[in-house]
Design a protein around this ligand. Structure first.
Ligand SMILES: Nc1ncnc2c1ncn2[C@@H]1O[C@H](COP(=O)(O)OP(=O)(O)OP(=O)(O)O)[C@@H](O)[C@H]1O
Ligand SMILES: [Mg+2]
Length: 303
């Protein structure tokens, strides 16, 4: 299972929306696709699912070019668009059965029941889609994309508009899907991305500005920072001169943020330094680095 994009451009008239982007997603797992409004996320996702064509460059799913094998791509890909269009006059079960028929799913009834169960639609399955709440409509969209058991799932802001309980349920479902499928998900909720995405790609103004493990990207913004509280104000001049220290910043008279050299965890060295210099440490903890910081750092010129 893989998604490979190489030097891909997309123009809308004279507007260059995707500017030669390249990335690779290999194997199962959930990859977060982030970027400010208008960055080109939905455009990229539409290209991957074969809804629109790139202007140049290539996009491949499981080593098949989306332009060369459009039908095959649709049979192995599930795509949940940003504003998921549904047939509002159809009933949930009827709609899913129709979708399963279009996808030529074997054992349609079984596939529909499984998708209903996975997306928690049991109590709503006999209702008209137009009568469902926003969250349940979103679930119908997800169920629709699970029927043919695709290898690759492309989800454009799947949890937008859901209440906190539904968000948790859908996130868990996506996480579960990620165990056996390649899932690419766009979202503006950093907390969500941190919770479910092992890898992250950030796009800004049509260009990829970050691509890597969520854990290492988070560290890029702030580095490894230790928050240390001393019993009495220390002599920060001598601390700043230590080889293991890059910067020292005070947040309160006795509390300091100490950034380690070479992005390393300096808590053991800091503790030994305090003992050597007769300083008493009250607390010592690794400062949580946030995805929001790296997102803002890499995309702020656009916002
Ligand atoms: N069909 C279209 N015709 C003309 N311009 C378009 C079309 N679709 C998208 N665009 C433009 O392409 C740019 C990228 O849009 P896109 O929808 O890919 O952004 P996005 O990253 O998904 O943003 P958001 O976070 O707001 O969903 C925007 O400037 C948008 O106006
Ligand atoms: Mg979008």
């Amino acid at each position: 299972m893989s998604i490979n994009v190489k030097n891909l451009f997309k123009y809308y008239g004279t507007q260059e929306v995707l500017k030669g982007i390249s990335f690779d997603i290999e194997g199962s797992g959930v990859t977060g696709f982030l970027g400010p409004n208008g960055a080109g996320k939905s455009t990229m996702m539409k290209i991957l699912s074969g809804v629109i064509s790139p202007s140049s460059g290539s996009a491949k799913i499981n080593d098949m070019d989306v332009l060369v094998y459009p039908k095959k791509i649709k049979s192995i890909t599930g795509y949940l668009p940003e504003h998921n269009p549904l047939y509002l006059d159809m009933y949930v079960k009827e709609f899913l059965y129709m979708t399963a028929t279009i996808y030529k799913v074997p054992q349609k009834q079984k596939a529909v029941s499984k998708a209903i169960e996975m997306t928690g639609l049991g109590s709503e399955q006999t209702k008209r889609i137009g009568n469902l709440s926003k969250g349940y409509r979103q679930r119908v969209g997800l169920a629709q994309n699970l029927l043919h058991n695709p290898d690759v799932l492309i989800l454009d802001e799947p949890t937008t508009g859901l209440d906190p309980n539904q968000i948790v349920d859908i996130r868990n479902l996506i996480k579960e899907m990620g165990k056996e499928k390649t899932v690419m998900l766009s979202s503006h909720i950093m907390q969500e991305v941190e919770a479910i995405c092992g890898n992250i790609i950030i796009i800004n103004n049509g260009e990829i500005v970050a691509d890597g493990l969520t854990s290492s990207l988070k560290l890029q913004a702030t580095g490894q920072v230790t928050e240390v509280e001393f019993l009495e104000p220390p002599n920060t001049d001598i601390l700043e001169r230590e080889d293991f220290v890059e910067t020292v910043n005070s947040t309160k008279p006795n509390v300091f943020l100490v950034k380690g050299c070479n992005n390393r965890d300096i808590r053991p060295e800091l503790f030994k330094w305090a003992v050597k210099n007769n300083m008493t440490i009250i607390s010592l903890q690794q400062k949580e680095s946030r995805l929001e910081d790296i997102f803002r750092l890499l995309t702020k010129q656009n916002s």
